[in-house]
Design a protein around this ligand. Structure first.
Ligand code: FES
Length: 96
């Protein structure tokens, strides 16, 4: 199971966290991966100047990419680039 956390800290909130969460809900449906992803809201992830910040982690399977401390941080996410970032950065983590 991969966890996607969308920061809803005050800075990211102002930059549109809610829209990003809604976009991810639609994307997970579109890619039919709702069962493989746990979508969560998160407190501040520590990169407030780069919001909206999303992180993804996955600890299963041989295809998991280890990035940083096994956690992928994606910066400057908005509702318009969410799908592109999901396809490029997160989908490969899902080990499908
Ligand atoms: S408020 Fe989102 S990283 Fe700090």
């Amino acid at each position: 199971m991969t966890t996607i956390k969308v920061c809803v800290g005050s800075s990211c909130h102002l930059k549109g966290s809610y829209d990003v969460i809604e976009a991810f809900k639609e994307i997970l449906k579109k890619y039919d991966v709702e069962d493989a992803v746990d979508l969560q809201a998160s407190f501040c992830l520590g990169f407030c100047d780069k919001g909206v910040v999303v992180n993804a982690d996955s600890f299963e399977g041989p295809k998991v990419q280890k990035l940083g401390d096994d956690i992928l941080f994606i910066h400057n996410v908005n509702k318009d680039n969410a799908e592109e970032l999901f396809a490029k950065e997160i989908y490969p983590l899902l080990n499908l």
